[in-house]
Design a protein. Sequence first.
Length: 121
Amino acid sequence: MAIIEIKTIIQAEINMCFDLARNIDFHKDSLAHSNEKAVAGKTSGVIALGESVTWEATHFGVKQQLTSKIIAFKRPYYFVDEMISGAFKSFKHEHIFEVQTDEQSKKSYTLMKMFLSLSRH
């Protein structure tokens, strides 16, 4: 199983970051270059606990679909989406949000940490 960790510092309020990370339309716009689209389940707006979305995209010349479901949720600090069907044996995506303060400038920012655990068939 592979685990990928990404940390992003965002100059925005934690609630905004949390909602944008769950926004289907924002996700589609950010990946317009890959022509990724939501084709089933929740296909627009903000996804919530218990809801699922099926994404369709072409990667490495192969059209694929992946359906994930929000399985854990604690606003505005944490949510988890997990693959329920797709090309991988398993795919779990944890999103963690924390308010941080820069010690020099005393400005607050949001730290978004994402952990992606996946394994192939």
